[in-house]
Design a protein around this ligand. Structure first.
Ligand code: XUL
Ligand code: CO
Length: 443
């Protein structure tokens, strides 16, 4: 393999909680079997092409700061290939299986649709060569339908049907590429599917367009025999003031309206959850309860800034609860943990990128081990079961299953002169149970 900016870094290894080596895993022991399978299979870690190999650290106040040496090497396709070599070498350093990409991250877009698609397929074929014979895999592919000015008023929700058609063509080719590369999922984040002002927006029309677009995607998935999952990624705002895919509950309502609730799941992101006024664990528990948990975008926001800062995670409390709800939902299945997180503007060296991922991977692993211990220990689930134990009686079951009518329930309640007694919610006791697991090293 050609020399890359990561060539000098050895592969990061598991060394245990006592290790003081800053570039080792202290908790992520990929092979370790927990709850019946290796940690690597539970967590399915992925690096994000856009944050790790494409973005340059520019922000609204200043230009690029991050070293992307491939940008200076040859023509645009040659640069894309050096970038791909570097991305695969980065996966080698972290020793993680997956990556995720948008079309625009891997290949240079062009002004015409056909020229853009030609570039895209050239680099997809190159990625295919790199994947074959390696143990790397594609977690998901997606289309960038938000950066180019043509998408400024949305992609599928654009008032101009030609932008809808351009977006449909792009997604078709991105789905083809995802299938060609053996991807496990295809993701749709509604970048600019929303509005800045109601004054120029026909919301009924735009929602109709978005529903049709998603139905087309699902139809095409079946037509080509793609075995992966179709995932929608909720986000409440940014870039638009009001995004239609606000949160998991909103997306579920939308899926039901278009009859897609058994076809589409969600890709949940921590910073999107907090922007929606939720926690990451809330979104995961909601998706679990609705049966649509698909995959995770791991990151965090900064509560003092309040926008989508996409930082690497550091909150073990929230992540442990998140992993608890992942396990309770039956695990991530074809999904995984994608680091949709970017290093800060001042962290411009290749080594910074490795530190960031090592910390994130270790935190997720530790959170998963903590959640698994909480489950194996049994006390927490027992207390939760106890809280709902009353529902196990035949009378309560009849109320829940629809066997009892409202009048029957009323008559029984009056006859028995029921008198519900207050019960403790035990919040602090439960918090202590979790805290004990979190503040001691996992076994
Ligand atoms: C944007 C975001 C995207 C999606 C993929 O906030 O999270 O990177 O994950 O388009
Ligand atoms: Co994301």
């Amino acid at each position: 393999m050609a020399e890359t900016v990561f060539s000098n870094f050895p592969t990061v290894r598991f060394e245990g909680a006592e290790s003081t080596n800053p570039l080792c895993y202290r908790f992520y022991d990929a092979e370790r079997v927990v709850l019946g399978k290796p940690l690597a299979e539970h967590l399915r870690f992925a690096a994000a092409y856009w944050h790790s190999f494409a973005m340059t650290g520019s922000d609204p106040f200043g230009g690029p700061t991050i070293q992307r040496p491939w940008m200076a090497q040859g023509d645009a396709i040659a640069q894309a290939k050096v970038k791909a070599d570097s991305a695969f070498d980065f996966l080698r350093v972290l020793d993680i299986p997956f990556f995720c990409f948008h079309d625009a991250d891997i290949a240079p877009p062009d002004d015409s649709l056909s020229a853009s698609l030609k570039n895209f397929h050239t680099v997809v074929d190159y990625l295919g060569e790199k994947l074959s014979g390696s143990n790397r895999k594609l977690l998901w592919g997606t289309a960038n339908l938000f950066s180019h000015p043509r998408f400024m008023a949305g992609a599928s929700t654009n008032p101009d049907p030609d932008v809808f058609a351009w977006s449909a063509a792009t997604v078709k080719h991105c789905m083809d590429a995802t299938m060609q590369l053996g991807g496990s999922n295809y993701v749709l984040w509604g970048g600019r599917e929303g509005y800045e002002t109601l004054l120029n927006t026909n919301m009924k029309q735009e929602l109709e367009q978005m529903g049709r677009f998603l139905s087309l995607v699902v139809e095409y998935k079946h037509k080509i025999g793609f075995k992966g999952q179709i995932l929608v990624e909720p986000k409440p705002k940014e870039p638009t003031a009001h995004q239609y895919d606000f949160d998991t509950a909103t997306v579920y309502g939308f899926l039901q309206r278009f009859g897609l609730q058994d076809e589409v799941k969600v890709n949940l992101e921590a910073n999107h959850a907090t922007l929606a006024g939720h926690t990451f664990e809330h979104e995961i528990a909601t998706a679990g309860a609705l049966g649509i948990l698909g995959s995770l975008d791991i990151n965090r926001g900064d509560p003092l800034l309040g926008w989508d800062t996409d930082q690497f995670p550091n909150d073990l409390w929230s992540l442990s609860l998140s992993m608890y709800h992942v396990i309770k939902a039956g695990g991530l299945g074809l999904g995984g943990c994608n680091f949709d997180a970017k290093i800060r503007r001042q962290s411009f060296t290749p080594e910074d990128l490795i530190h960031a991922h090592v910390g994130g991977i270790d935190l997720c692993a530790r959170a998963f081990l903590t959640a698994a211990e909480l489950i194996e220990d049994g006390q927490y689930d027992a207390l939760l079961d106890q809280r709902y134990a009353g529902w196990k009686t035949p009378e309560a079951q009849a109320m829940l299953s629809g066997k009892s009518s409202l009048e029957e329930i009323a008559a029984t309640a009056e006859r028995k002169a029921i008198q519900p007694a207050p019960q403790s919610g035990r919040q602090e006791q439960l918090e202590n149970l979790l805290a004990r697991k979190i503040y001691s090293n996992p076994r």
